[in-house]
Design a protein around this ligand. Structure first.
Ligand code: PLP
Length: 374
């Protein structure tokens, strides 16, 4: 028998697949649970934007829309994004989720011999995309669990082609300030692509926070990615985008699948983009949930990293694999982050108030039981 692993590309051979959160129905099947609360994938607990739902319903009125290929140029959605952020449509590339956009950057700019820099505890797709491209990942140790931008700039070599930054970062929720980013960009030569991932940007309410799209014109090497999966509640439809200078977008379009975003996603995202009311409700719910969790954590004697995302990364002070497993038996799905070098933490997405309460109760029982068994 052929050893097909040896036939795979070098970077792919040692790749570990991305581990998604456990699906609700799988857990229900396995354990016969009646109530399961999933706070594992940073999804929007409010569901999708109602305007997006309406756009989908309208489109489904004509079944031929599903039989036809989608608009491979995403004209309507790109126009909506361009208008909203005062960009040119040629500065925008759409992705099958922003994950797709990250991979386009890796495929277009990275190959064997190149280096890509990212931070310790940063989003798992950066090392995955880097390694699959054959390039070498350079993981820079975190500072207080967040990106150490000074150390990241110092890690640049002649081989560096791409730098991945997440602001806020997943799974830590950490962020960096606009001034620190400006100082960082000063040190990065203009031929290196800086991918600024703002998947959680809509949850950030601080008016002084870094806003990648508003500084795009200053940096021809900056690519800002955003998603409709989180604040807009469209994770299942898979749609995101990146904005950058026209030449970079032109290059990314060369490696993009012609029809990478489906028709339902295109109309839903265009409607959701301007559903300010929904995004505001999502942000407010998230802020309240963050406060609710602060109170629960104080009660539980636990702490979490400061987070600007729609999740918290909770420190249990000991290996969390047994806690994660016990929570599953309670019907609560959270996210282990040992694969992010955070074996003592669990990431918990902010849910509806009653979901947060259900999860906090389960944690309390699980910690009490593990205390007794000691
Ligand atoms: C969720 C997430 C994404 C990707 O989301 P898509 O569903 O692919 O749009 C990108 N970056 C970070 C940091 C994320 O947490």
């Amino acid at each position: 028998m052929t050893d097909f692993l040896q036939q795979a590309n070098l970077g792919v051979r040692t790749l570990a697949p991305y581990q998604p959160g456990k699906p609700i129905d799988e857990l229900q099947r396995e354990l016969g649970l009646t109530r399961v609360v999933k706070l594992a994938s940073n999804e929007n607990p409010l569901g999708p934007s109602p305007l997006a739902m309406q756009a989908i319903t309208d489109m489904l009125a004509d079944p031929l829309e599903l039989a036809r290929y989608p608009d491979g140029n995403g004209f309507v959605l790109k126009t909506a994004i361009a208008q909203r952020f005062q960009l040119d449509t040629e500065q925008i590339v759409l992705g099958n989720g922003s994950n797709d956009v990250l991979e386009l950057v890796a495929r277009a700019f990275l190959t064997t011999g190149d280096e890509a820099i990212y931070a310790q505890h940063a989003f798992a797709v950066y090392p995955l995309a880097t390694q699959a491209s054959g390039a070498t990942g350079v993981c820079v140790p975190a500072k207080d669990y967040g990106h150490d931008l000074v150390a990241m700039a110092a890690a640049i070599t002649e081989r560096t082609k791409v730098i991945f930054l997440a602001n806020p970062n997943n799974p830590t929720g950490t962020w960096f300030e606009a001034q620190d980013f400006a100082d960082f960009m000063q040190k990065v030569s203009g031929h290196i692509i800086v991918l600024l991932d703002e998947a959680y940007g809509e949850f950030v309410s601080d008016p002084d926070a870094l806003d990648g799209l508003s500084v795009l014109s200053k940096y021809p090497n900056l690519v800002v990615s955003r998603t409709f999966a989180k604040a807009y509640g469209l994770a299942s439809l898979r749609v995101g985008y990146a904005a950058a200078s026209k030449i970079i977008i032109n290059i990314l379009n060369r490696v993009r699948q012609p029809f990478n975003v489906n028709s339902l996603a295109l109309v839903a995202a265009a409607a959701a983009l301007n559903d300010d009311d929904f995004v505001q409700r999502s942000r407010e719910l998230n802020d309240q949930g963050q406060q609710q969790w602060q109170a629960y954590l104080a009660d539980l004697g636990l702490s979490a990293l400061p987070s600007r995302g729609n999740f918290i990364c909770v420190d249990f002070g000991k290996p969390t694999a047994p806690i994660f497993a016990a929570l599953l038996r309670e019907g609560v799905i959270v996210r282990p982050v040992a694969n992010y070098e955070l074996p003592h933490h669990l990431r918990i997405s902010i849910g509806l108030p009653e979901e947060n309460a259900f999860a906090a109760d389960a944690i309390k029982r699980v910690l009490a039981a593990s205390g007794e068994s000691r």
